[in-house]
Write a protein that binds this ligand. Structure first.
Ligand SMILES: O=C(O)CCC(=O)C(=O)O
Ligand SMILES: [Fe+2]
Length: 457
């Protein structure tokens, strides 16, 4: 099964994230990770093993340019497909398909400094100070530094425990996501599952379950499971919290809704769930895929079980790279806490659950119904409640030259200040079709495509 809820901006970046997620020690430089990848010919596990055993004091090798270039510019046709060509950064035009061709410069060498978002050798980049990671240990700090809000003890204690036990039991059957990266299939370092609510959350719309069958690959599959009973109960409580929080914050014109003056109607109609068993299970840096969520989505993420650190890092727009650096922000997420990733988070930040060297055993406050003793656990269950917009249902998603539904990507690096972000429909075949894709891209145009209603009309 491929990953339908996460979006990785480009292959090299994904590879680096995957290696990062397997590291058990700090590797300060992304260039060291890339070098290890080159040495191991793109083998993620090999690169991580190499870095994990490398003594910390060993000075980084500096002869990287030739090797990196030859690795990033493989000569074969197959290899050329591996590096995703990117649409122009500042495309101001409305909807445009470029059949059989790609934006100018598409066959040019990959710009490594943009890819890695780390200081380039130029003078200007050297003067941008690097910022150490910052731990955001209170909801006030989270609200100050990120587009998220953090809420503690959101469910009644009994319901939180009931849901934790129910998901822990179900998780034994969950699968690891698999997708194509370069020439190999990679597997997520945690188990995952997808649920669709019985209705779309608004009324008893019966087409909802029907639509849900298309969310893997855009091809009809077995319908996903519906929300188990404690998840349904939790969802109702979470919807109230989310709507209250949305009503307190700035709204964006492309967010779903009748108008900014009508009451908020965020509702969850799907949920993606993850189980991290032990300190080494993780998820690498990514933003969540917005194909069915539409622009400026709000995602509510519930944490159950042992406390894990949730990391956020802004993607600095290209034109600001010589002015500021991103900072890794770490938020400890205890049992029964809710992180709301508000509108603009998927467009401006990446997030991850990094592996840890140690983990606190979680002792649930209540035992299972049939037991008198509680079982300590090193697992964390995460449930992300999401609202798949009616105006982004599967039949409305454009298809690429490979004939499969595209994915929607925000222009993270090309964004300019607070101006409304741009999005592209791009080929997704690279992740699912033996790693081979086409170069389809098309600017998303809400009104030309008949989407809405949006807050901004
Ligand atoms: O486990 C978490 O808190 C994050 C999970 C996540 O980012 C995802 O499922 O997309
Ligand atoms: Fe995510």
């Amino acid at each position: 099964m491929i990953n339908e809820t996460r979006d990785s901006e480009n292959d090299t970046e994904t590879l680096i994230s995957l290696v990062e997620s397997l590291l058990t020690r700090n590797v300060a430089q992304q260039s060291d990770i890339l070098e290890a990848l080159v040495k191991c010919e793109g083998d993620v596990n090999g690169a991580a093993a190499f870095l994990n055993q490398k003594p910390e004091s060993e000075p980084p090798k500096r002869k990287r340019e030739n090797k990196l270039d030859s690795w990033l510019k493989p000569p074969s046709k197959r290899a050329r497909n591996k590096v995703r060509e990117k649409p122009p950064v500042s495309s101001g035009s409305s909807s445009s398909t470029v059949p059989g061709s790609v934006p100018s410069g598409s066959k040019q060498p990959v710009d490594l400094s943009l890819l890695l978002r780390q200081p380039s050798p130029s003078k200007a980049r050297k003067t941008v100070p690097k910022l150490p990671p910052l731990t955001l240990s209170t909801p006030a700090l989270v609200a100050k530094h990120t587009p998220c809000t953090l809420h503690y003890s959101v469910l009644p204690q009994e319901l939180a425990c009931q849901l934790f036990y129910a998901m822990l039991d179900l998780s034994k059957e969950w699968k690891r996501n698999k997708w194509w990266l370069f020439d190999r299939v990679v597997e997520s370092p945690h188990r995952t599952s997808f649920f669709a609510r019985r209705t779309d959350g608004l009324d008893s719309d019966e087409s909802w379950q029907d639509a849900a069958q298309f969310w893997y690959n855009g091809r009809r599959t077995v319908p996903p499971d519906t929300f188990p009973e404690p998840m349904e109960k939790a969802c109702k409580i979470i919807e109230e919290i989310v709507n209250r929080e949305i009503s307190k914050r700035k709204r964006y014109p492309l967010e779903y809704g009748e108008s900014s003056s009508t009451p908020s109607v965020w509702r969850a109609n799907v949920a993606a769930s993850n189980c991290y068993e032990g300190s080494k299970e993780s998820v690498g840096w990514h933003s969540d895929q917005v194909t069915y969520l539409g622009p400026y989505p709000t995602i509510a993420s519930l944490s159950l079980g042992t406390t894990r650190s949730f990391s956020l890092r802004e993607v600095i727009p290209t034109q600001e790279l010589d002015q500021r650096n991103a900072r890794t922000l770490n938020i400890p997420l205890p049992h029964n806490s809710l992180t709301i990733m508000h509108a603009s988070c998927q467009e401006t930040f990446k997030h991850s659950i990094p592996p840890q060297n140690s983990i606190d055993k979680f002792r649930p406050p209540l035992p299972r119904p049939s037991k008198t003793e509680t079982e300590p656990s090193i697992s964390r269950i995460n449930i992300t409640f999401r609202f798949y917009r009616p105006d982004f249902r599967p039949p409305s998603i454009p298809k690429c030259h490979c004939g499969i539904p595209t994915i929607l990507r925000p222009d993270m690096k090309g964004r300019v200040g607070d101006a409304t972000y741009k999005y592209w429909w791009t080929c997704y075949a690279g992740a699912q079709n033996d790693g081979k894709g086409c170069n389809f891209w098309k600017v998303m145009d809400m009104s030309a495509e008949g989407r809405g209603p949006c807050i901004g009309g």
